[in-house]
Design a protein around this ligand. Structure first.
Ligand code: ATP
Length: 319
């Protein structure tokens, strides 16, 4: 393979730049020409494709976001629109494509692979909700951002004897809420995968107050309900001073953590290796700290699950 391209798609995640850098550098090391597609699938269709030089990815490894930019492109589900993108790649003689993104981006990648562009997916999303990998690029950085926020909230919560509700990202996956709740010592974690009765939570807070507890922290994933709704529901059962913190997009930004940079570099390099070996239609990942590859078909035939042992532990530790 002489020419490949790389793009970032879907929601941005810290570490995407490090992944693109690894793809570009690894390919160049092996005398493969690399093109960057700006603005995700939209850029593929509008021909926003540019040749990368060694220096294009210089000074990017430490930056959050994605310098290639990302865009939502719902039209990409249409085969005729995708064909435009395929034609653009073929005109430049590009045979292989690396897509860094989440679940939706993988669907586009799978289609492209079926339609003649050899494609590899790299899991880039803070949600950690992709099958075929233990961790997605961006999860660790987002997790650390949330933990830092919880630590700060804990200081003020205990000074004023308040209950704080921290709303974190996670529409369908509770990983960010569970991991941050466990690491931040939250009293309650609400995840989309499990239903918890608000009355139970109120009773627990009440018992804590009676034992002399100075504060309570509840971490709620946005997919369960909003922090404000959680506060309103709690008020039906208990009279406590409640404050809500919605962390929002700050969870997506920031310089990638060491773990995310290393993960992104390993996965970026591995994606190029697979293309060089003519292996395609695969997503790369990390499983038991070993590089792994999974076909898109297998990725989509399984559903992401929460670590139930960890969920049980978080309940046990927050008595
Ligand atoms: P995140 O998890 O951060 O939301 P994502 O990759 O899941 O990332 P989406 O917006 O779902 O983000 O998908 C990104 C892009 O992938 C879409 O804008 C669209 O261009 C493309 N895409 C999504 N689903 C399909 C599909 N079924 N067929 C072809 N392309 C798709």
């Amino acid at each position: 393979m002489k020419k490949i391209a790389v793009l970032t798609s879907g929601g941005d995640a810290p570490g995407m730049n490090a992944a693109v850098r690894a793809v570009v550098r690894k390919a160049m090391y092996h005398d493969i020409e690399v093109y960057g597609v700006y603005q995700g699938y939209q850029g593929l269709v509008t021909n926003n494709i540019h040749k990368m030089a060694r220096g294009t990815v210089g000074d990017k490894i430490q930056r959050g976001g994605t310098f290639l930019q990302s865009a939502r492109c719902p039209e990409f589900k249409d085969p005729e629109v995708r064909q435009k993108g395929i034609d653009n790649l073929k005109q430049l003689g590009i045979e292989g494509l690396v897509v860094v993104g989440g679940d939706g981006s993988y669907r586009g990648a799978q289609r492209l692979n079926e339609e003649g562009i050899k494609t590899i997916g790299i899991p880039g999303t803070i949600d950690n909700d992709i099958n075929g990998t233990d961790f997605t690029i961006g999860f660790d950085t987002a997790l650390n951002t949330i933990i830092e926020a919880i630590d700060k909230i804990r200081d003020t919560a205990s000074s004023h004897e308040r209950t704080f509700i921290v709303e974190v990202m996670g529409r369908d996956a509770g990983d960010l809420a569970l991991w941050s709740g466990l690491a931040g010592g939250a009293e309650t974690v609400l995840v989309p995968e499990h239903k918890k009765e608000i009355k139970e939570i109120a009773d627990k807070i009440q018992q804590g107050i009676e034992r002399g507890k100075k504060h309570s922290i509840i971490v709620v994933a946005e997919g369960v309900m909003s922090g404000h709704e959680c506060g309103e529901q709690l008020k039906k059962y208990i009279n406590v001073d409640t404050r809500i913190s919605v962390l929002g997009h700050m969870q997506r930004g920031g310089s990638p953590s060491g773990l995310d940079r290393v993960l992104a570099s390993r996965l970026g390099g591995y994606a190029v290796e697979l293309l060089m070996n003519d292996e395609t239609g695969l997503a790369v990942g990390i499983q038991n700290n070993k590089l792994s590859k999974t076909s898109f078909d297998d990725i989509f035939s399984a559903t992401h699950t929460l670590d139930e042992q960890m969920y049980a532990l978080s309940n046990e530790l927050s008595i």
